[in-house]
Ligand binder design. Structure first.
Ligand code: AMP
Length: 114
């Protein structure tokens, strides 16, 4: 998508600090980290949000989940655990309209999700 910043990161038009890349998935550090480890994991293919997952892009989304264990291991958060969150729409404050999963860890997180 032309005006999507995460598509531009995938295309290399906007710089990012990459932590993982394969054919279908990219992971890079969040610009404004909210925890010692805060990485965004995205399908390279533009998927607007969790509401737009369908049979055409399901394999791209599945590839994100296949990559997560490798990413978590490489970031050193696999043993103690982490949170994987995708904000969807207005109530969840989704600001970038390219589906992304916040992988957050490196610290004891609250029991509360809100
Ligand atoms: P959300 O509010 O769930 O849509 O999260 C969007 C996230 O993208 C925020 O945590 C931002 O800090 C992050 N973000 C926005 N632009 C960039 C960028 N160019 N590189 C890395 N992270 C970004």
């Amino acid at each position: 998508m032309n005006d999507c910043i995460f598509c531009k990161i995938v295309a290399g038009e906007i710089p990012s600090k990459k932590v993982y890349e394969d054919e279908k998935v990219l992971a890079f550090y969040d610009l404004n980290p909210q925890a010692p480890v805060h990485v965004l994991v995205i399908p390279k293919k533009h998927v607007t949000s969790a509401l737009d997952v369908n049979e055409d892009n399901a394999s791209d989304v599945a590839a994100v989940f296949s990559a997560v264990p490798k990413i978590a291991e490489s970031l050193g958060v696999a043993a103690d655990g982490f949170r994987l969150i995708t904000n969807t729409g207005r109530h969840a404050c989704q600001s970038v309209k390219h589906m992304h999963f916040h992988l957050i860890g490196g610290v004891q997180l609250s029991e509360n999700i809100l």
